[in-house]
Structure formats: C-alpha cells, structure tokens
Design a binder for this molecule. Structure first.
Ligand code: GLU
Length: 365
C-alpha cells in the first residue's frame, strides 16, 4: 500500500457504484463514500464529487425496447440528474451544489474562470460541489463524453491536488483480472507510458461509459499537471478506511511535478509585477505560515499603479514575502486598505470577493 497526502480532491464515482443494477440510484455503495467525504472535510480537507448516474436514474421513466436514441438518453439524464443529486443529499448535513458542465464550458476561457470561481465560492461556503456532464443539452462534439475525463478536467479547473477515481475494480492490473487469473494489481505507477496504456483493456461495465482506458487518460491529464491520481475500488468500504489513514489500496499514479509547479513557475518567473502591497506583521504571518489569502484588513499601503488581475509583490517591512495576482486595482486598494472585507462593497461600490489576493493566486518567495 502506498502512503499519500492531500488537501483538495476530486472524487469520481461511476455509474456502477451509483446504479449497480443499471437502473435507479442506490445507496448500497455510497454510504462508505459519503462517510469518507464527511470525515475528510472534518480533517480540513476539501472535496468535490464528480458523479455519474443520471442516465441510469432516469432510465425507468423512458422505457425503450431498442437501444435509446440521443434524445431519449438526454431525457433520461434530465429526469435523472435531480434524482442523482437527491440520492447524495440524504447523506450530508451540508448543502450539495450541482454543477453541470460540458466540454464547451471548459474550452471557453471566460466560462472556465467562472466555473473556477463558482467552485471556489462553494468550497468557501462549505457546500459540496457535485459535478456531472450536462447530458441533456450537449451534443457529441461539445461533450467530454465520459466522467473519468470530466473528473480530470474538474480537478484541473478546481486546482485540486488529487483525483480519486472510484470504480468497481481494484485498480490497474497487469492484465484484465476478469479474464486472466494471473493478473496482478499494480500499486504504483511512476510514469504513464504507452506500455501502461497497453494494459488497459476495452470497455468497462455495462452501466458506465468509461473503461480502464478513459481512467488512464484522466490520470495522464492530471499527473502531467501535478495532480496525483488514484484508481480504487469504491465498492469496498475498507478502501476508504485506508484512505482516511493515508494509505492507498489500489493504484496510485504519481504527480509528475510538485502540485503548483507550472502555475507557480508562471507566476514567479513569467509575470512582471506592476506594484507592491505593503502588509502588516499579522498578514505576513497568515500568508507565510498559515496558507491564508491576503485580506484588505492587513494592508498598510500600496506602491505603484496596477489594474485588477495584475501581478504584485507583497512586502512586509523590507522583505518581499510573496507574489500574487491582485483582484483589486491599486486605486481600489488605497480605498479599502485596513478595512474588514465586509466593507469592500459599501466603500468602492462592488466586490470581487473577500480576498485581495486569493491563496490559489499567491506564491511565497
Ligand atoms: N454523465 C453520465 C451520467 O450521468 C455518465 C457518464 C459516465 O459515467 O462516464 O449518467
């Protein structure tokens, strides 16, 4: 078993776990997953679910004797999405928030940033984002098509450090374990090479869209962006007990680079700063030691002229402590420095959120 640590994870739960008999959502496997979500949150971790099951959940209401047409599947999904959500909601005391995405939303930069902001806000409000493909509206070429890849995109947009793919198989094997008795589980994959892809058989279960191939595609997208990826058997409760103890029972694909390298490098080295925000000792400590965002209350003064979205240095006394993207312009900051975040809107007439520099947009120097 491999050990692992994480802070923000996307957990993908496939149809085989949500609707084990191919119709209707079931609680059978979800109790253990829900407990894992709740306990992880209690440990201060953040969780985003990517849940399948809408098509399966709506199937009973759209009976067909032939294999369903696209419109019929879209109708099933429309009926099933709310059932899938309701099925999750009964496990949690906190709100479940539905986000329906298509590939079209992710390739459009403005919408991508919007999705990112929504997820951020939901996490800050301690809601549980539950993502699925917007199957009812997207035609094939605008779809991601399978929830393994959708989960990978979600991990990227949510800036997660971990993707956990819960399947009904224990992990990646040296051969298809359903056909070959000698097949062995591969606990760790350091690099996803073409040899690894060759291990992936064809399609998976009757219910789900993806087999091992889409899982490897998802893992590849993630690890190349510094997001470690796990394939685990979500039908086994003990898998989640191990995960809570920091152990992976399944296959762990190592992140290729430290979590934020590409972005950190871009922030650190590529972006030129347009000014400086001078902060007090409390803000410096919160940023450097507690992983906090920069709030207006800790700002003493502002040097230089910059617009919202530009990179700035954060200075405390004579020391440059960090660099980040300021959500507010220098003029705004002069007006709101020293204030509680709640006062931002009444002072400048609008707000981009409580933080001046969000933690995700900040690197320590
Ligand atoms: N979005 C589909 C659903 O909710 C599932 C796709 C998949 O499992 O890959 O039924």
């Amino acid at each position: 078993m491999s050990g692992f640590e994480w802070r923000r994870a996307v957990i993908k739960i496939g149809s085989a776990l949500i609707a084990p008999d191919g119709t209707q959502c079931s609680a059978k496997y979800l109790l253990a997953i829900a407990r894992f979500v709740t306990e992880s949150r209690q440990q201060g971790k953040q969780v985003i679910l990517v849940s399948s099951g809408s098509v399966a959940a709506g199937r009973v209401n759209v009976p067909t004797r032939h294999s369903p047409s696209i419109a019929e599947k879209q109708a099933m999904a429309a009926i099933g999405q709310t059932r899938m959500m309701a099925n999750w909601a009964r496990f949690f005391d906190f709100p479940c928030a539905q986000i329906l995405l298509t590939y079209d939303d992710l390739r459009n930069r403005t919408r991508y940033v919007n999705v990112q902001n929504t997820i951020r806000e939901l996490l800050a409000r301690e809601a549980l984002p539950i993502v699925n493909e917007n199957d009812s509206v997207a035609v094939n070429e605008l779809k991601v098509g399978d929830n393994d890849n959708l989960a990978a995109y979600t991990a990227l947009v949510a800036q997660a450090d971990t993707l956990i793919i819960c399947s009904d198989i224990d992990g990646l094997y040296t051969a298809d374990p359903r056909k070959n008795q000698d097949a062995k589980l591969i606990p760790e994959v350091e690099r996803i090479t073409s040899d690894v892809f060759r291990l992936a058989g064809g399609a998976g279960t009757r219910v789900g869209t993806g087999g091992m191939r889409t899982k490897l595609e998802a893992a590849e997208k993630c690890v190349n962006s510094g997001i470690q990826t796990l394939i685990v058997n979500g039908s086994k409760g003990e898998v989640f007990d191990s995960l809570l103890a920091g152990k992976v029972q399944g296959t762990l694909f190592f992140a290729q680079e430290p979590q934020d390298n590409a972005r950190t490098r871009w922030l650190k080295h590529t972006l030129k700063t347009a000014g400086e925000i001078v902060v007090d000792a409390g803000a410096k400590q919160a940023i450097s030691e507690h992983g906090a965002s920069l709030l207006p209350s800790g700002i003493l003064s502002v040097n230089g002229q910059f617009r919202s979205g530009e990179a700035v240095h954060i200075r405390a006394n004579d020391e440059i402590v960090a660099k980040g993207l300021s959500l507010y312009s220098s003029d705004d900051l002069i007006a709101i420095k020293g204030l509680q975040s709640e006062k931002i809107e009444q002072t400048i007439g609008y707000t981009y959120g409580k933080a001046v520099i969000h933690r995700d947009d900040l690197v320590l120097l």
